[in-house]
Design a protein. Structure first.
Ligand code: ADP
Ligand code: MG
Length: 324
């Protein structure tokens, strides 16, 4: 590496402060010393991005810097946690100042938006791999868990679904807005904080709605019916769909069910809270859309708006629903 590990840390990562008084010792010592506010507990999560596996090799350094933190903040959002700190393990094939400048710039731009302080990490040489750990605060008993949904409750998602999946699958130079959805996912922190008061269960959608809603339901051995026509599809998504032949259209129609990487929240709310919850979420980024209902019978059943049942072609569905 042109710059030593020590130079990289000092140059790109050590100088940036979020001005938090709960960081007693940050970057520079053998470990960080952090103060959790009285009466609150830590929510801790970690996600690794491997080049060529979790993002295409041509992804910009800015997108990687943003996304490595965003996917972790999305996990905190799904817990209803208030973000506070992060650590960063960076494995780099080479020390490239332009790349590091861009990466750290985008990382801190997102961190600053939520007053997240980078408090430590590790820097090594090797194939490009980025691991971020994020820490947030929750009040005991108030966190949003995957478990807790009940039959009859409504299922909602924030934002729109399938955008990132479509961007990944478009061979031609893609629509810029869709590419932004893939490269710069917006963690739904504000929605998660509101949902602490209303949601019985929540998860963030990293692997696709069917898979992640499946995780939410399986702990309580529940199922769901989904209105596939009601899944929120962005204008950009719909515009690209219109240009496709009917066969591809049918395939891509299901992307909001199966495609990952959107980092929206999926959550359940008892009917009596839905009106108030919808009004509150109308004022936060992403908003929300009612897409289905929790049912006692395991399996996820999809319906068209004309009442006919719809059997997705996507893999994983049959496995979860228990039908062949
Ligand atoms: P040690 O050898 O004691 O583990 P390091 O030389 O690895 O210490 O790291 C020195 C300091 O820099 C530590 O406080 C560590 O947390 C921090 N650090 C190292 N790499 C990063 C990074 N990529 N981002 C943020 N902090 C880092
Ligand atoms: Mg170390």
């Amino acid at each position: 590496m042109a710059e030593s590990e020590f130079d990289i840390i000092r140059h790109y990562f050590a100088g940036h402060r979020a001005g938090r008084d709960d960081v007693l010792v940050g970057i520079g010592d053998d470990a960080a010393l952090l103060q959790v506010p009285p009466g609150r507990v830590l929510a801790v999560c970690m996600d690794t991005l491997v080049a060529g596996v979790h993002f295409p090799l041509e992804t910009t350094a800015a997108a990687i810097g943003h996304k490595s933190l965003a996917v972790n903040l999305s996990d905190l959002a799904a817990m209803g946690a208030e973000p506070a700190w992060a650590t960063l393990a960076l494995t780099l094939p080479e020390s490239d100042p332009a790349w590091l400048e861009e990466f750290s710039g985008a990382f801190f731009a997102l961190a600053d938006r939520y007053a997240v302080q980078l408090v430590g990490g590790d820097t090594t040489c090797g194939p490009l791999v980025i691991t971020v750990q994020a820490h947030g605060f929750v009040t005991p008993g108030k966190a949003l868990l995957r478990q807790g949904a009940r039959p009859g409750e409504r299922i909602y998602v924030t934002g729109t679904l399938g955008d990132a999946g479509l961007a990944l699958r478009m061979n031609e130079p893609g629509d810029t807005w869709l590419r932004m959805r893939l490269d710069f996912p917006q963690p739904r922190i504000e929605a998660g904080l509101v949902l602490r008061e209303y949601a019985s269960a929540a998860i963030d959608i990293s692997d696709g709605l069917l898979a992640d809603l499946g995780h939410l339901l399986e702990g309580d051995r529940l199922g769901a019916s989904l209105r596939i026509d009601a899944l929120p599809r962005s204008e950009a998504f719909q515009a690209v769909m219109k240009t496709m032949d009917p066969e591809r259209q049918r395939l891509f129609y299901e992307l909001p069910l199966s495609a990952g990487d959107d980092y929206e929240l999926c959550f359940t709310v008892a009917e009596k809270y839905c009106g108030e919850m919808e009004a509150r979420l109308a004022g936060v980024p992403g908003g929300c859309q009612w897409i289905g209902v929790v049912e006692a019978a395991p399996g996820i059943r999809c319906y068209r708006d004309d009442g006919t049942s719809y059997r997705p072609a996507v893999t994983g569905y049959q496995h979860f629903s228990g039908t062949s």
